[in-house]
Design a protein around this ligand. Structure first.
Ligand code: WCC
Ligand code: FE2
Length: 627
């Protein structure tokens, strides 16, 4: 077993850019150069353009905007708007899933695959289940879920899943999120001209808005995706561009909502479609994925992962992609013009994400099957338009075992349980491993790629360092794909671990980096942390567990950061969230939030130091517990 190195990933990209040069294609590598250096005002968060008296930019010479707002107010308002946009985005994804659940039916496009989970949630929400048809229950649960977005009174239903202590902190500090849409809309209100300009309430609202995402919209997105498409269980797959097949019609799904990707996968497997592909000269159909939609179908179907965020253009540059089919979020508008340099069809499907130079096939839950078939047929018909001289698929790929939902993790933990003392079906065996020091702690590695950091380098180097130090990793989003691409989700990667973690990997038969899913699935991680706290009798903030997004880039990622911190988990970032212009805001985010939620952010751009700081924090937490 040999890991793929970041250098090999880069060499593959360089080779693809050569193809790009032949056809005059643009790429992010070039656009970044044109955009550097980036605007310093924007980068430090000191530019305010929320009214037309401005835009105002704070400097030494002009320390206040026209309205008199100081730099701290401006930076904090920008941070809150950034967070609210992320919260809105994740939560709207969640809302789509609730809408799809509302439309499930015995003979419909979407069905209930995990009735047990549905019934569990119905009970949790006090919805009648006794003797009822499962689809009637699904209908009621979905309707109730949808009201979580706009209900006039009360806080999010899922908050009750948190440990008592966490709930008390939220109550005491007025952080418990009300209706999701209301938190987003309050954030916009607070940041309107002439409202809040004190950092503390603005940062508090950032956390609240984040919590509305993590314990509201995202959590519903995760749970109801599981209900409709199945709760993930460990499954084998492969990752990196080498999963694309030269002989097959390649359909690449990109975006976030499994409602689309599930349907594409379903019908690409249809023997009639495969026969049609053969008629057109291909050997078959290969569906692979990019970004979170890839994580979704990898976890539930073992569909291979072609790559992560900064690899999306590479897909088209292989010259072997018949269609790149997208729904929402993290999609480069660059795919439009780029696809025009090749035969690739760039298919947009959501009214939320419409882009120039794409074929728009509106995807709807009611017509999902028809839409999926149309898209697959379009891709097959496009096979004959390939230009063989442009085809080059890098040979790189690695095996990965994915699908570690919280439920699946609890199950594999039974493998390390001491059956004499440990209760089966709980997180207690993991707590035992941590307490005894066999494992030092856990890190949740998440988030994107960002050209400001060598793509995947931070994810991969940090993971290697942490597992060598007996720290187990749970991972999601593009971070998880980075791990899979280089082989860190291959069970044989246990040899890179310290002796303790290696032993645990052997006993539980797991890789040292556990794939927990997409970005909305970070809600699984806060549930796992809650279970660990409840099972150990500790507060979440006492656990030797931290979060890390070393290469993050999107507004969604900041919303996540806010809810992970808001849940009591210290969070480490490799990219500054454009707040360095205000020492007051920096102080709040890196320390002040501790008074409310017992956790805060650390920003460290030196990746090696970032790793050291996480290990230090984990050891600090262990010392405080006397373990
Ligand atoms: Ni989530 Fe970041 Fe990937 Fe997009 S898919 S690029 S937000 S980590
Ligand atoms: Fe994502």
């Amino acid at each position: 077993f040999k890991m793929t190195t970041v250098e090999e990933l880069e060499a593959a990209t360089d080779r693809l850019l050569e193809t790009g040069a032949k056809v005059g294609a643009d790429a992010w590598q070039f656009r970044v150069k044109n955009q550097t250096p980036h605007c310093k005002f924007g980068e430090t968060g000191v530019c305010c353009k929320i009214c037309t008296m401005g835009p105002c930019r704070v400097t030494k010479k002009s320390p206040r905007g026209v309205c008199g707002c100081d730099v701290h107010g401006i930076v904090a308002r920008n941070f809150l708007r950034f967070t609210a946009a992320g919260s809105a985005t994740h939560s709207d994804h969640g809302r789509e899933i609730c809408n799809t659940l509302y439309q499930t039916a015995e003979d419909g496009n979407y069905k209930v695959k995990d009735p047990e989970k549905l019934l569990r949630i119905a009970k949790e929400w006090e919805i009648d289940t006794e003797g009822r048809d499962i689809y009637d229950v699904a209908h009621d649960v979905a309707y109730t879920a949808l009201t979580e977005y706009g209900k006039p009174f009360g806080t999010q239903r899922f908050l009750k899943r948190a440990p008592k202590h966490t709930q008390e902190l939220w109550e005491k500090n007025e952080l418990a999120p009300h209706a999701i849409d209301r938190e987003v809309s309050r954030s916009l209100h607070m940041t309107h001209m002439g409202c809040s300009s004190k950092p503390a309430p603005l940062i508090k609202q950032s956390i609240r808005s984040g919590l509305a995402d993590g314990w509201g919209g995202s959590m519903m997105g995760t749970e109801f995706s599981d209900v409709m498409f199945g709760t993930p269980k460990p499954i084998d797959t492969e990752a990196n561009l080498g999963v694309m097949s030269e002989e097959n019609v390649n359909i690449v799904v990109h975006g976030h909502d499994p409602s689309l990707s599930e349907m594409i996968c379903e019908y690409a497997d249809d023997p009639k479609m495969i026969a049609y592909a053969k008629e057109k000269g291909a050997k078959g159909i290969t569906v692979s994925g990019i970004c979170c939609t890839s994580n979704e179908v990898a976890m539930r179907r073992g569909v291979p992962m072609a790559g992560n965020f900064l690899q999306q253009e590479n897909i088209v540059l292989t010259g072997a992609c018949e269609a790149i089919v997208v729904d929402v979020q993290c999609i480069f508008p660059a795919l439009g013009p780029l696809s025009k340099c090749f035969h690739t069809k760039f298919v947009t499907t959501s009214p939320v994400a419409q882009m120039p130079d794409s074929d728009f096939i509106r995807f709807d839950a009611k017509t999902a099957a028809e839409n999926a078939k149309e898209i697959i047929k379009m891709a097959i018909d496009n096979f004959e338009n390939r230009k063989p001289e442009l085809v080059h698929i890098p040979k790189l790929k690695q095996k990965a075992t994915v699908g570690y939902s919280t439920e699946a993790i609890v199950k594999v933990l039974d493998g390390v349980a001491n059956t004499q003392v440990d209760e089966m079906g709980t997180t207690k065996p993991l707590i035992e491993c941590i307490t005894s020091g066999v494992i030092r702690g856990a890190v949740a590695m998440v988030g994107c790629n960002n050209p400001k950091i060598r793509p995947d380098y931070a994810h991969v180097e940090l993971m290697k360092k942490l597992i060598a130090n007996d720290i187990i990793i749970i991972s999601s989003g593009c971070s998880a794909q980075a791990a899979a691409k280089v082989g860190l989700m291959d069970k044989r990667a246990k040899d890179l671990c310290g002796a303790g973690l290696k032993r645990v990997c052997e006993l539980a038969d797991i890789p040292p980096v556990l794939h927990m899913g997409s970005c909305v699935d970070i809600s699984r991680m806060v549930i796992l942390a809650s279970s660990l706290a409840k099972d150990s009798g500790l507060n979440i903030s006492q656990l030797p567990v931290v979060g890390c997004a070393p290469e993050w880039m999107s507004e969604k990622a900041v919303s996540i950061g806010n809810y992970v911190v808001g849940t009591g988990i210290d969070t480490f970032l490799g990219i500054d969230p454009c707040v360095s212009g205000s020492d007051e805001v920096v102080d709040l985010l890196t320390g002040g939030t501790k008074d409310w939620v017992e956790a805060s952010f650390t920003v460290e751009k030196d990746i090696d130091k970032l790793g050291d700081k996480m290990i230090e924090r984990i050891e600090e937490k262990r010392n405080a517990l006397g373990i």
